[in-house]
Design a binder for this molecule. Structure first.
Ligand SMILES: Nc1nc2c(ncn2[C@@H]2O[C@H](COP(=O)(O)OP(=O)(O)OP(=O)(O)O)[C@@H](O)[C@H]2O)c(=O)[nH]1
Ligand SMILES: [Mg+2]
Length: 265
């Protein structure tokens, strides 16, 4: 099975755009309490057993479990990227159950999601064939107009002998369905896992940057100094497409004090 990566011009262009957004570091957020400036909700979907929970575990704990502990309903995780001293972007990630019996629960989590990561297993053709069904599920349940979709082929550590879905085939699907990006990953070795979520964070940031800038301008013009209560981490983002949060850790200078108040644009 051919796995040779073709250079796709559009994906290469996107890669260049994303590379232009530099970042200082990935931040750990074990208690989901680290202050941040903007938050995006991301949902991980795909057939049972493709490695959704392992991808999340690799991302948030740098670990891998070899047994399949079926996700019941949903599990929550977070990922934070510090772009610069005034911009920390957080992904609120919902790892959903792939099993059909939990579909009525997982459907609820598309609400307010800014992005979906649709995972298939490169060594199981049926999981790739089911991607179309997952995309329909997104269409039926999303409420954000510009919800982004990343296609992810996991388990590439298994090698070409067992591969049943080539990269070029996945690329065709990504183009045909106009999906925002395509990655091949291994939750087992960690290959491309952080890269995938860094790219997604930067992409969400770029697509919403003008709103973030507008919010900051308004904030400074109004000179607001009241700290609004932080939204609960599980609270929905009130139907807004971008959730901006206060950042109490950076109350040092007057400019930052103004930024403390948080709120939504
Ligand atoms: N070789 C290999 N195995 C993987 C990889 N990712 C996951 N697995 C294995 O695949 C199985 C299923 O992984 P999970 O992450 O639990 O699958 P899931 O998609 O969350 O499944 P549900 O929760 O039922 O929807 C486990 O036995 C993992 O060890 C990978 O990148 N490479
Ligand atoms: Mg799972």
């Amino acid at each position: 099975m051919e796995s040779q990566k073709q250079q796709d011009p559009l994906l290469s262009q996107l890669q260049e755009r994303l590379s232009a957004v530099s970042y200082e570091q990935v931040l750990q957020d074990p208690n989901f309490e680290t202050p941040h400036d903007a938050q995006f909700k991301v949902i991980i979907i795909g057939d049972s057993g493709v490695g959704k929970s392992c991808l999340m575990q690799r991302l948030t704990q740098s670990a891998f479990k070899s047994d399949h502990q079926i996700t019941i309903g949903v599990e929550f995780g977070s990922f934070m990227l510090k772009l610069d001293s005034r911009t920390i972007i957080k992904l609120q990630i919902w790892d959903t159950a792939g099993q059909e019996q939990f579909r009525s629960i997982t459907k609820l989590f598309y609400k307010n999601s800014h992005a979906a990561v649709v995972v298939y297993d490169v060594s199981k053709r049926d999981t790739f064939e089911d991607v179309g069904g997952w995309l329909e599920e997104i269409e039926d349940n999303r409420d954000q107009e510009n919800m982004m979709v990343y296609l992810v082929g996991n388990r590439i550590d298994l090698g070409d002998d067992v591969r049943q879905v080539s990269y070029s085939e996945a690329l065709r699907l990504q183009k045909e369905k106009r999906l925002d990006n395509l990655f091949e990953t291994s939750a087992k070795t960690g290959l491309n896992v952080v890269e995938l979520f860094v790219a997604l964070t930067k992409h969400l940031y770029l697509n919403n940057k003008s709103k973030l800038d507008q919010f900051r301008e308004k904030d400074e013009d109004l000179g607001m100094s009241q700290l609004q209560p932080q939204q609960d981490k599980y609270e929905s983002n009130r139907g807004q497409s971008l959730m901006l949060k206060s950042n109490p850790s950076r109350a040092g200078n007057s400019k930052d004090k103004k930024k403390k108040k948080g709120g939504c644009c």
